[in-house]
Design a protein around this ligand. Sequence first.
Ligand code: SF4
Length: 242
Amino acid sequence: MKVWAETSSAQTVGQVLSDQPRGWLDKERERDHLGAVPRSKSLKRLAPQPAPLDALVAEIRACRVCAASLPHGPAPVIWVHPDARILIAGQAPGRRVHESGIPWNDPSGDRLRQWMNLDRDRFYDRRNIAVAAMGFCYPGTVNGADLPPRPECAPLWRPRLLPLMRSVKLTLLVGGYAHRYHLRSKAKQTLGETVRAWREYPANVMPLPHPSWRNTGWLNRNPWFEKELLPVLRRRVKAALA
Ligand code: SF4
């Protein structure tokens, strides 16, 4: 959705029209096919401005706040649309996502899609799924494991981003960083305890483990996740996208 620029002296385009005598307006319409205000002023006044979400995404993509701490440089990955109905709040991009710029474009994403029962086409339709991780840039690795999301990122951007995601019906909190940020004091001591307590949270929020292969052992030790949580997750995903 586009919004229109305000005219000078704090009048909207509509106010300018209603303030003028009808004869003036008719003459201007005859003279100017834009039909609103004199041509010399109309192009400037009617220039569309980016929608608030588009403007914020452009700001995020230009962000360099923690560039000095990012070994591979800033490359924010954010995947949003004002109509998106499911928000995935993950951890931070890994190397493959950093290189492609496409979130969850890796084996973890394949497992997440399987959990959600979505194919790639539906998953990557931005009107269905938005992806906004706790850190937008790849933080690098230590001893082969990804570093945590940069701590500057979530408090900087999420308070501005989340209120613009007005169509979201279901938020998936993927991993402990998203649990702690979104659930605050309601998050449990450990990731496993928080996921196990999923029934305690509102139906529009689901805490999940990270779908990385590193968590395969945890998934095997907790068969209730597949038997009890996943069927409910799939029902909620289907309902949110209906
Ligand atoms: S991680 Fe976040 S705060 Fe840091 S540069 Fe990237 S977008 Fe900016």
